[in-house]
Ligand binder design. Structure first.
Ligand SMILES: [Zn+2]
Length: 179
């Protein structure tokens, strides 16, 4: 999709729902990484369809692994950002790799419905998902899942705040009782 932000709905929603199994930042940012291919093909005027190799399950998985390896040294930065936006964050290299691959695959899945030039099963030319949904239906799915992601996020962030507040409240109560 030339509109990378549209992908933040589905990936944010899925990533938040499966946050215990996935590395949320790696999973969501995989959408930006895979669309660098579109930028490069356009920028250098390569004259080939803009969704080519990164937009396949096979090479896409390799892109996901490379992205995870590149992101791994920044896990402490991700932790700080996650704490800032009030979400818990536990990660590992394996989690990042799985999230990188699945993040790219979810992107490829959506793009293969939306864009004719995506050959998801490359080297096969099969396009079984093309036009499974119309353009406006895909966009609607993206927008609805974005709204869903916002709701799940707010619930989780409130729960996080509550869990961080409790210990200090408890210790305050204990101090009260000690007096
Ligand atoms: Zn794309």
């Amino acid at each position: 999709m030339p509109y990378t932000p549209y992908h933040f709905g589905p990936s944010g929603f899925v990533g938040l729902l499966f946050r215990k199994r996935l590395d949320l930042p790696v999973f969501v940012l995989a959408n930006v990484v895979v669309d660098i291919e579109v930028l490069i093909i356009n920028w250098f005027e390569l004259g080939i369809p803009t969704h080519r190799y990164a937009h396949t399950l096979l090479i896409g998985a390799v892109v996901g692994v490379i992205w995870a390896a590149a992101a791994y040294p920044f896990r402490k930065v991700f932790r700080k950002i996650m704490r800032f936006i009030r979400l818990s964050y536990e990660t590992s290299f394996l989690k990042m790799v799985i999230s990188g691959i699945l993040g790219v695959w979810l992107h490829v899945l959506l793009d293969s419905i939306y864009h004719y030039d995506v050959r998801m099963f490359w080297p096969s030319r099969a396009r079984p998902l093309w036009r499974l949904l119309s353009h406006s239906q895909v966009k609607t799915v993206c927008l609805i899942s974005f709204a869903g992601a916002v709701i799940v996020y707010l619930v989780l962030a409130m729960a996080y705040n509550k869990s961080k507040k409790l210990p200090s409240e408890n210790s305050a109560n204990e101090k009260e009782q000690a007096k």
